[in-house]
Ligand binder design. Structure first.
Ligand code: SAM
Length: 296
């Protein structure tokens, strides 16, 4: 169980046994249980606000930009003219903030299962929840797994910004959901999903990329450095039937690039260069980095 002990929040989880990131906190601003998860929001001493769902850190304001920019801009700059976008999860508004930077975008649907996450982030984390203020955004409170069923051939880009494959996010990592996304995306559309860490969750990444490859002709895995996440990295799985998602087909304007702190066209390519064990995990279904890891 995670605890606020002597002002330190320790992110203890059996998803990363035997280790925990600790963040020094000044005070706890929110602590509530919803039908979906336990929500905590902290004011930290050095990392801004921090959202925790079921004891797992979702973001700190300090380095959330790395994840939000890569999850949004990798698919959007891989598409020549993205107009209709779907975000599943993303209740903090961070991905919305990044999607809204693209002038070609005409409409953004967001489906978040827990209204309380939106409410808390709107109240305490305006640096991210500002994404909800864009007039192109339409928010649905509901299960993304159901929402996707009701949409066919709709979206140029679908972004899945979900929590981990535990609790409400679990079914967003399965083959059935990816098959439904394939129906909801346009034939030349692009999907981008929260792709965990090939260091800490190599089995999840291995299985996820096998699902993406099953459904899409083009696929790749990009990772980014985010000190707040376990092992300091997280990843994005990209897939498309018709578009080569490994190279950007557009680049940020100089004005937009000046606003970005992580994404560049160069890192779009470089983020796909994995260490040897990462290649085996992502492309060969192999084991992780631990010398005792087996491939099964
Ligand atoms: N950046 C975080 C990460 O990488 O883990 C994710 C942040 S965002 C807060 C995750 C959101 O996914 C949460 O607000 C959670 O309520 C939402 N979520 C989880 N399962 C969902 C589902 N089945 N449908 C819609 N939203 C879901």
């Amino acid at each position: 169980m995670s605890q606020l002990d002597a002002q330190w929040f320790a992110e203890v989880s059996d998803m990363w046994p035997g280790r925990a990131l600790a963040i020094n906190c000044r005070k706890k601003l929110v602590d509530c249980q919803t039908p979906y998860q336990h929500i905590e929001l902290y004011e930290t001493t050095d990392c801004g606000k921090m959202l925790v769902l079921d004891d797992v850190i979702q973001f700190t304001e300090d380095d959330e930009f790395a994840y939000q920019e890569m999850l949004a801009h990798l698919p959007l700059f891989s598409h020549p003219d993205p107009r209709n976008i779907l975000v599943i999860g993303g209740g903090d508004g961070g991905v919305l903030r990044e999607v809204a930077r693209h002038d070609s975008v005409e409409h953004i649907d967001l489906c978040e299962i827990d209204a309380k996450v939106v409410e808390v982030c709107r109240q305490y984390v305006p640096s991210m929840a500002c994404g909800f203020d864009d007039p192109r955004v339409a928010v649905t409170i509901g299960d993304g797994f159901q929402f996707i069923r009701d949409h066919r051939n709709c979206y140029d880009v679908i972004i899945v910004d979900s929590s981990d494959p535990i609790g409400p996010g679990e079914k967003l990592f399965g083959d059935e959901f990816y098959a439904l996304m394939k129906e909801a995306i346009k034939p030349d559309g692009i999907i981008a999903t929260q792709g965990e860490s090939f260091f800490m969750h190599w089995q999840v990444v291995r299985d996820l990329m096998q699902v993406v490859r099953r459904h899409y002709r083009y696929s790749t895995y990009c990772y980014m450095m985010v000190p707040t996440y376990p092992g300091g990295t997280l990843g994005v799985c990209l897939g498309s039937q018709q578009r080569d998602v490994t190279v950007p087909c557009r680049r940020p304007s100089p004005e937009l690039q000046a606003q970005l702190r992580y994404y560049t066209p160069e890192i779009h390519r470089a983020a796909q260069i994995l260490p040897a064990f990462g290649e085996r995990v992502v492309y060969e279904g192999g084991g992780g980095y631990n010398r005792n890891a087996s491939g099964n």
